[in-house]
Write a protein of this length. Structure first.
Length: 197
């Protein structure tokens, strides 16, 4: 497997491979803000949390997605989830997505730290040439968060996917190449040092 089982740690967070044991914690994280009501995200409804995890594990076994639980090291609280997906070993490319966090930790250091850990592992351990992101054309918060990471907008794929409410979305695509990573990493570390929590 191009992406093998790994736990990533830094700045008070632990990203560990998503497992059925995380069901209760994920359910609580999603309930913090009733995130399943947002039409532009993939957050599971409480009764579908187990199925969400099982789907992620199936995708892991097929080599398409590797999901992580994002955990606060001090308390052990599950804060949300993020994944490598659309994993392409032949061209050394992964995308980072299926990302969501409890509302109480949104707009904190959590997303930047988790992305720093995932990007560092992708570029510096896996040797990726490109890391990508995609988001709903109406998920403006996600677009701003991706742009803050230093990713470049590649374009928009029109009529690309179904939303949870059955409408068809356009997908905004972003990427970062390995040569852009050192400067992006320096900027992310600078931002985290200025706003550590």
């Amino acid at each position: 497997m191009f992406v093998s089982s790994v736990t990533l740690r830094g700045r008070g967070l632990r990203l560990e491979p998503l497992a059925v044991d995380h069901e209760a914690g994920l359910r609580e994280a999603a309930a913090d803000g009733q995130l399943w009501n947002l039409r532009v995200t993939s957050v599971p409804e409480p009764e579908n949390t187990r199925a969400y995890i099982e789907t992620a594990l199936q995708m892991r076994s097929e080599g398409h997605r590797f999901a992580f639980a994002v955990i606060d090291e001090a308390s052990g609280r599950v804060l949300g989830s993020s994944s490598y997906h659309d994993i392409l070993p032949a061209v050394k490319r992964v995308e980072i997505g299926y990302t969501w966090y409890a509302r109480s930790v949104q707009r904190t250091h959590v997303n930047t730290t988790a992305k720093l850990l995932l990007m560092t592992h992708a570029f510096e351990t896996l040797g990726c040439h490109v890391v990508g992101w995609r988001t709903d054309n109406f998920n403006f918060a996600s677009q701003r968060a991706i742009e803050r990471l230093g990713a470049r907008k590649d374009g928009v794929i029109r009529g690309h996917a179904l939303r949870r409410d059955g409408t068809i979305r356009d997908t905004v695509m972003y990427s970062m190449r390995a040569g852009e990573w050192p400067e992006a990493k320096a900027q992310l570390l600078y931002l985290l040092d200025r706003h550590p929590a």
